[in-house]
Design a protein around this ligand. Structure first.
Ligand code: CO
Length: 215
């Protein structure tokens, strides 16, 4: 007895449910891998990527880490990005943060949680870089919500700045990078209005997006 029998049981029910509607679903899936989307999201258990956008296995490539961070020294995230763009030819990269993010909370409040503090330094960099916007918030909840949004915007920027995305745009591969945020309390995704499809598009859109926060 592993204590996880209920999960295996759930899995059998899940397979039965899908194959009842589409008997060849899994055998077809075994033959190809052609997702159109790459999701870069938080590891938070309340933000299950496929489920909240109603996609089935095979439809979305997924990378998740604490606070949906994209940095050029993370070989794991970069490998996912490179494979998704160069090999799978995804058409959309979605960076999705979420309100009520524990990583953002810890970063905002300088909490000491252990090794992860080092990872969350990247969110603190976003906080410090955009302190003019965040400090204007009327209360802490609003400030953290702003930080969660600005963290998405900065990570979209980092995706756009990778040589992987730059090279894809250079060779005119169709590729759009998007910034979204998800509400744990209502299940709704909001588009942050930062959608980029070329280097020149990035150069004009990034300052525009930040300008909206300063108004
Ligand atoms: Co989170």
């Amino acid at each position: 007895m592993s204590g996880l029998e209920h999960l295996i049981e759930n899995n059998r029910k899940w397979v039965a449910g899908i194959t009842a509607e589409r008997p060849s679903f899994f055998s077809e899936l075994g033959k190809q891998h052609t997702p159109k989307y790459l999701w870069i999201g938080c590891a938070d258990s309340r933000v299950p990527a496929n489920e909240i956008v109603g996609l089935l296995p095979g439809e979305m490539f997924v990378h998740r880490n604490v606070a949906n961070i994209v940095i050029p020294t993370d070989l794991n995230c970069l490998s996912v990005l490179q494979y998704a763009i160069d090999v799978l030819n995804v058409e959309h990269v979605i960076v999705c943060g979420h309100y009520g993010c524990g990583g953002v909370l810890a970063a905002y409040n300088n909490l000491r949680l252990g090794l992860i503090d080092n990872w969350l330094r990247h969110v603190q960099d976003v906080r410090d870089h955009h302190h003019d916007i965040i400090d204007k918030a009327e209360d802490e909840v609003t400030a953290r919500a702003k930080l969660a949004e600005l963290n998405v915007i900065e990570q979209v920027k980092h995706v756009c700045q990778t040589n992987i995305v730059q090279d894809a745009w250079q060779r005119r591969q169709q590729l759009r990078v998007h910034g979204w945020i998800y509400g744990i309390n209502d299940g709704l995704i909001h588009d942050l209005g930062f959608s980029v499809q070329s280097s020149t598009d990035f150069d004009t859109t990034y300052p525009e997006v930040l300008e909206r926060y300063r108004d």
